[in-house]
Design a binder for this molecule. Sequence first.
Ligand code: APR
Ligand code: PHB
Length: 391
Amino acid sequence: MRTQVGIIGAGPAGLLLGALLSKAGIDNTIVERQSGEYVLSRIRAGILEQTTVDALISAGVGERLLKEGIPHEHLSLSFAGQLHTIDLPKLTGGKTVTAYGQTEVTKDLMDHRLAAGRQTVYEAKDVSLHDLTTAKPRIRFTKDGTEHEIECDFIAGCDGFHGVSRQSIPKEKLQEFSREYPFGWVGVLADVPPVSPHAVIYGNSPDGFSLCSMRSMTRSRYYVQCPITDKVEDWSDARFWDVLRSRLPAETANAIITGPSIEKSIAPLRSYVSEPMRWGQLFLAGDAAHIVPPTGAKGLNLAASDVSMLAQAFAQHYAEKSNEGIDGYSARALRKIWRVERFSWWLTSLMHRFPDTEGFGQRVQEAELDYLMNSVAAQTTLAENYVGLAG
Ligand code: APR
Ligand code: PHB
């Protein structure tokens, strides 16, 4: 087999890259370790920046998103028993974000790919990358017991944090930066109307962080901060709803409609960046190269930003015979990534209770929240990062 761009991973990064390349007339094949159903069963965040919405529209997959996505013109922070709401378009020259689940984005991209007749190999086993520093890099894998090889011009590593792509780069060529946070999030998905259908609520209370989000007018997504050592079994539905309510202002807490969870999981919080994002003809994008804590909902948006830059670079290579975009990809992507890493780390630090923070750190956090609520400049900084920075 042969293709122009071989893509490892059919998460949002790999699928969106495939759609953008196909649109530019560039042949591509996706190789994914899991089944399509498994990929779709993973529940992730659901807030899209305008630039992500634009990338999906330009890839030809915006139709359902434009119909079913729910624009959020506000962002709410709750602390000290009060809810404070920030007007996003007012502070950002008209920008908003859109509530639309990552699962739906992935489904739209998969349907579009299938309809376009582009090749995706699901359930590929023992995926390995070869000859990365030559002009003909190769992907090998086993499918249904038979070995296959794809010869490519380029390989895009979109296979997430635990994928094979980053691991195929010699260790001494990479520099890794990471920070682990001393807590996790318990997340619950439930078929109940959201308490805040037009703004995500980020809550900081003496007992820890909480978050109110949604997938539709009848499906809600809620999270609470928990010790890193907790297991899902420690969180009955009843305990989850009690803790969530106890961490929000009374008016919000009383308005929450509870119901049985249809999904419940615990995720650790981590910041991670690996540099550079290129090795020979291999280019990393999305979680394969970086992780942000979910505070701020930047994971999917950052993956979309990477692959938009990468698709542009490949298009320039094929259409204009120029390698300027390809050669500049890593530096350009990392400049954006570090700004988003900074914001995600900052919002995480602002809104969580840190078990190891002493009185001084706590007072500084309270002072920062006080400053934020009384300064248009500080709110503008938050709003402009939340709706998404330009590349
Ligand atoms: N070979 C082939 N595919 C692989 C391999 C491998 N060795 N390892 C992992 N994969 C697949 C995974 O099964 C997954 O479907 O790569 C895909 C990576 O998808 P994500 O983890 O979703 O990463 P990405 O597409 O970069 O999305 C980034 O979406 O998943 C969220 O938290 C993530 O919000 C972030 C954004
Ligand atoms: C979600 O809807 O799952 C969500 C929203 C905002 C976040 C994180 C997750 O910051």
